[in-house]
Design a protein around this ligand. Structure first.
Ligand code: ZN
Length: 347
């Protein structure tokens, strides 16, 4: 055999091998596309896996029986794979549909330098027109949500009854972002810094909620304004505000967390029982909102002052969200402004 013929023969053998490899690849590809086109007919391996894991230990799937496996799994597997299991609704609870805005609305929303106020501008009332005679207000531009004014009236009526002092003055309530912008700019000018530890960034102030207020004191007859320091007789307010739904929002020992210096004059309405729990536990709102995540609907609930409290991650639905609420009894819900809903139930 000449060298030429040998080479020809080897070329033919090589070509034959190539054809065989090509044909094999084609068969493999066709099989693969069939798998894609007819998954139910050809997906024994994965069906086997899921069936095997859901079967009791003694019921094993025959190892080599490719025909038996789809029959064994076809009744259960597609349904199991198609639907996400329905979250469990505890006894005595029902679903409640809520709009997305509920996540950033109500008494417990957290607003700070990293969590902006995201809600609609709140409905407010003029404090001057709704207050009792036990305290003062700067002027008719000071507005707050009605529930905060009512709580303020109760707290300062009790303070006046104890102390005879009626010179606490509300100097600031709800602020729109433009007003906050002005205050923030003024503080930067004054301090020469690039950010402020006393004034929140515009859009990030809890004064936007209509639930926060600042106290001053009525100026003395010489006309000089006095700042409210929560000391002396006034310490009673700072110590007992929790009984009226308020918290001291920026305590001295929480600056690392709140990012705001001690402000003995800044109060935030969060409602009872949360205000009592926050003040009793010595927390700031950041810590409290975080703590509530440890009390999910299906776990142990936080108890205090005749209420039980739990945290829920709302479930997305076609037209909003839904949460579980008790079928009977009084309850309130509040967004925490960080993706959760806090459910407060009367015991
Ligand atoms: Zn303030």
């Amino acid at each position: 055999m000449s060298r030429y013929r040998r080479r020809l023969r080897w070329n033919r053998i090589f070509a034959a091998v190539l054809v065989a490899v090509f044909a094999g690849t084609a068969v493999f590809l066709i099989h693969d596309s069939l798998n894609t086109l007819f998954p139910s007919a050809t997906e024994e391996p994965s069906a086997l896996k899921s069936t095997a894991s859901s079967l009791p230990a003694e019921e094993t799937v025959p190892e080599s029986s490719e025909a038996a496996a789809p029959e064994a799994s076809s009744a259960e597997s597609p349904a199991e794979e198609a639907s996400v299991p329905e979250p469990a609704l505890p006894d005595g609870f029902r679903w409640l549909s809520i709009p997305e805005s509920a996540l950033c609305t109500s008494d417990l929303i957290l607003v700070n330098n990293s969590v902006p106020f995201q809600g609609e501008n709140p409905e407010t009332a003029v404090v001057l027109e709704n207050k009792t005679s036990s305290y003062k207000v700067k002027d008719s531009t000071v507005v707050l949500q009605t529930k905060a004014i009512e709580a303020l009236n109760r707290m300062l009526d009790d303070f006046y009854a104890r102390s005879g002092l009626e010179d606490v003055m509300v100097i600031s309530g709800w602020r729109d972002p433009e007003k906050q912008e002005t205050l923030y700019g003024e503080d930067l000018l004054e301090t020469g810094k690039t950010d402020s530890t006393l004034v929140a960034k515009p859009g990030y102030s809890e004064h936007h909620t209509g639930l926060a207020l600042d106290f001053g004191l009525l100026p003395k007859s010489d006309g000089f304004g006095r700042s409210y320091d929560g000391e002396g007789e006034y310490a009673w307010i700072n110590e007992n505000c929790g009984d009226y739904g308020f918290i001291l929002r920026y305590p001295a020992d929480k600056m690392e967390i709140t990012g705001i210096e001690y402000e003995p004059w800044h109060f935030r309405y969060v409602g009872v029982p949360h205000s009592r729990l926050i003040m009793e536990k010595g927390l700031c709102l950041e810590e409290y909102v975080e703590l509530l995540r440890d009390y999910p609907l299906d776990g142990e609930h936080l108890s205090g002052g005749g209420y039980t409290i739990c945290w829920q991650q709302p479930e997305k639905t076609a037209d909003g969200y839904r949460i579980a609420v008790p079928e009977e009894g009084d309850y309130t819900i509040s967004g925490d402004n960080t993706g959760g809903i806090i459910l407060t139930m009367k015991e």
